[in-house]
Design a protein around this ligand. Structure first.
Ligand code: GAP
Length: 458
């Protein structure tokens, strides 16, 4: 059932213009997806809400938008050139490559924190073959950073990487933000942007892709206050999950064991979501990165990355890092909101998205599209709401029932219909009222046009 639900969501995403396969007409490009008109709207709403909650509504957060291409030395300093690797095995017949830990997990074997030798031992012990039944090579590491070249140089000085996490741009701008904004410690720098990872095995729709977006915060604290602030941010992450409609029972915290921590982390909690057909898996990461990054960048760049306290004491702040993948948020939000119910023997599918995430807040229709007086009034109402909210749809295709079904499927909370009563042709007291139909309950109400904006605002 749950696997079927995921398939339905993926198919709805394609059919209704949320997500398309990347480079589809050329047979696609593995690990890339394109957002369609409604996907962009949902994605932007997620980003806007996150920015409002984590940056604009707080006094201790500063925004940043750093370049994707960075001096390669930054990734040497951060440890990514040497250590941002996944274990890889090859099918010895076909040359196909697989992530060794995924292959073990798919065979029911716990793979977390294993060394390459331990992976080889497990493969031998359990006689694990490639998915095509062939023998596998020894495990080796594979660096996931995409390499590219800058300018016309062919030497090593032209070598750069596409950033594998947005965090890097924040660390290298720590001093700029401190010098230009004089923040009070503790404070955070937040960034939303693209990240790139040459995943060996991209899979499961938007879950594991090669190009994705992250919303990240590096929160700088005094070394002795990291535990208290860790707890504050942990609660803030949970409040975010509530805000985007994820039920608490579908969100679980998983403390990553010490032998599986990223090279920079002393404590990490994964916030897992109960993805349909997959079960609990990582939605967000939340890491205590100590002073690893600021010290490493200071050492490699020769620039002091410190904070000067009011009494003149210099401190290298420690860092807490909540990291949110937008693609996984997108899937979790749709999965949580996806509903089916039977109406008169037919299945009605609707996405019960919170109003602040829905691609369209409302759709406006004339009851009949061949009655100019209805269309004129409906256009007037539509333009009024569109001016105020922007994300309002005009829908005059097919009959009203079909319009409702179509808007249900894309999560539009309210459908507004202008009929003869609106024009005052039925009963005088109904003049300048419209029908507003609720997506979740299917119920309809008469609302004064003058009160419409307030009615659909929340
Ligand atoms: N700066 C820390 C960091 O990047 P991470 O756990 O590697 O930590 C953070 O990534 C989040 O980014 C993940 O929890 C997930 O939401 C998202 N993410 C990571 N790799 C991804 C991929 N290949 N495809 C889609 N989302 C990904």
């Amino acid at each position: 059932m749950e696997a079927e639900k995921m398939d339905k969501i993926v198919s709805l995403c394609k059919r209704r213009g949320f997500v398309f396969q990347g480079s589809e007409i050329y047979g696609g490009l593995k690990g890339t997806w394109d957002l369609g008109p409604l996907g962009v709207a949902l994605n932007n709403n997620i980003k806007r809400e996150w920015w409002k909650m984590f940056v604009e509504s707080r006094e201790d957060m500063y925004g940043l938008d750093a370049a994707i291409l960075m001096n390669a030395k930054a990734w040497e300093a951060s440890g990514h050139v040497a250590g941002f690797v996944d274990p890889l095995v090859e099918d010895l017949e076909t040359g196909e490559r697989f992530r060794a830990d995924h292959l073990l997990k798919d065979n029911g074997i716990e793979a977390e924190g294993l060394t390459l030798e331990q992976i080889d031992d497990k493969i031998a012990e359990h006689g694990i073959k490639s998915p095509k039944g062939n023998s596998l090579s020894k495990a080796r590491t594979f660096n996931m950073m995409f390499e590219t070249r800058i300018g016309a140089t062919s030497g090593p000085e032209g070598q750069v990487y596409l950033r594998p996490e947005t965090a890097g741009g924040i660390f290298v701008n720590f001093k700029n933000v401190v010098d230009s904004m004089s923040p009070k410690l503790p404070f955070g720098i937040a960034q939303i942007g693209k990240a790139f990872r040459n995943e060996i095995a991209p899979r499961e729709f938007l879950f594991r892709v090669r190009e994705f977006e992250q919303m990240e915060i590096e929160y700088f604290v005094r070394p002795n206050e990291w535990e208290e602030k860790f707890e504050d941010l942990r609660q803030a992450i949970l409040a975010w999950c509530d805000h985007i409609g994820l039920k608490r029972e579908n969100v679980k915290e998983y403390r990553v064991p010490d032998n599986d921590l990223a090279h920079y982390s002393k404590r990490t909690i994964d916030f897992e979501y109960n993805f349909p057909g997959k079960g609990f898996d990582e939605l967000y990461g939340f890491a205590y990165r100590t002073d690893f990054d600021l010290r490493a960048h200071a050492m490699h760049s020769g620039v002091a990355l410190e904070y000067v306290e009011a009494d003149g004491t210099k401190v290298v702040p420690h860092v807490l890092e909540p990291s949110f993948g937008i693609g996984r948020t997108f899937v979790a939000v749709l999965a949580e909101a996806y509903r089916e119910e039977e109406v008169n023997g037919e299945v009605r599918t609707f996405i019960s998205l919170p109003v602040h995430l829905a691609p369209y807040r409302a759709a406006v229709s004339p009851l009949l599209k061949n009655k100019p007086e209805l269309v004129a009034k409906a256009r007037e109402v539509f333009m009024m709401l569109k001016k105020q909210f922007g994300n309002v749809a005009w829908d005059d295709n097919g009959n009203i029932g079909k319009r409702y079904r179509r808007q249900d499927e894309i999560g539009t909370p309210h459908c507004i219909v202008i009929d003869f009563e609106t024009l005052g042709q039925e009963a005088a007291e109904l003049k300048d009222t419209v029908t507003v139909r609720n997506r979740d309950t299917g119920t309809q109400e008469r609302v004064q046009i003058a009160e419409l904006a307030a009615y659909i605002a929340n």
